[in-house]
Design a protein around this ligand. Sequence first.
Ligand SMILES: C[S@@+](CC[C@H](N)C(=O)[O-])C[C@H]1O[C@@H](n2cnc3c(N)ncnc32)[C@H](O)[C@@H]1O
Length: 335
Amino acid sequence: MTEKDSRHKGGVEARRKRFALAMRGLYEFLSLPAVTYFLLGGPRISQWYGLGWWSKLGLVYRMYRNTKRIETGTSFRAHVAMASKIFAIPPKTEGVIVECGCWKGGTTANLSLVAKIVKRRLIVYDSFEGLPEPAQGDRWAHGFGTGAYKGELEEVRANVTRYGSVSSCEFRKGWFSDTIKHHEEPVVAAFIDVDYQDSLHDCIRHLWPNLIERGWLFIDEYSRLDYCALFFSEWWWAHYFDRPPPGLMGAGSGIGVGHYFTGPLRERTVYQAPSSVGMTRKDFYGMWDFVPEEAGMEARPYGRDAWTSTARLPEEVAPEQLAKVLQQQQSQEGS
Ligand SMILES: C[S@@+](CC[C@H](N)C(=O)[O-])C[C@H]1O[C@@H](n2cnc3c(N)ncnc32)[C@H](O)[C@@H]1O
């Protein structure tokens, strides 16, 4: 290939990339009404919090705009998805919202807007010094990352004051290993975006006991399957909480919030970008508990019955299906 040919090829590729990025931006903007309708639909939000269609759209637009104004590692779609779950928690239920890992406060600003509407406190944990020194054995921690994603407390506070509701926030500065273990308030929802395995471990270990019975836990690192595996790790949940793993919705590509990302992350092209979250709930059950006879071992002691299944169980569905078939038969016989 001549130099001229390769310059031409480079130019075409750059144009294609610019076009794909523009299309992604356009899609993001045009989908705001759909995101509002599908994620924040339903009368309960309106009844509980007096939010009509236009206020919901206004909120979503503000959240979208905030992610353009404050440098952030997450998407407004993820923020709206979290809002949808927080809005669905009855106002009478006691509890705070928690964010672990805030960087410049992009998510904090948006969660603070939600916190203000639902009249809950948003507690923000961060070192405000960026990522820590890597712990031994942490595959996702790299020496060169120490101090990365630093947002100073004053900078975060200023961003949230300007774009969110700073009066709804409480900032708790320090390394998670020193701060989170002292967390005491009941938690209705927690968002964890902390990059390192060691940091995630500390956050889950100490926040989980404070999550309310049906409290939500969201993570940003859903596109790394081995990171998501914590939520399916039988040894981890048995060891720390003597319970089955809760599982993680959206493991690998995020929950469905209208984004285009099929994964895996390392093979992604400019056409796709992850812009979602992974999530689980305190009462979920995400364990493979079928033990075939050939394995010659006892089943685990945890029964499914004590947990909420993420789909309706066959025994719940069967009577309805039977009734439907009988009804069809009767109407056929009658005609
Ligand atoms: C990727 S950034 C968070 C991005 C942010 N959620 C957003 O939406 O823009 C990761 C954050 O986690 C914090 N962090 C990670 N490990 C920590 C630890 N062990 N203790 C305190 N802060 C930690 C870093 O300071 C950083 O602010």
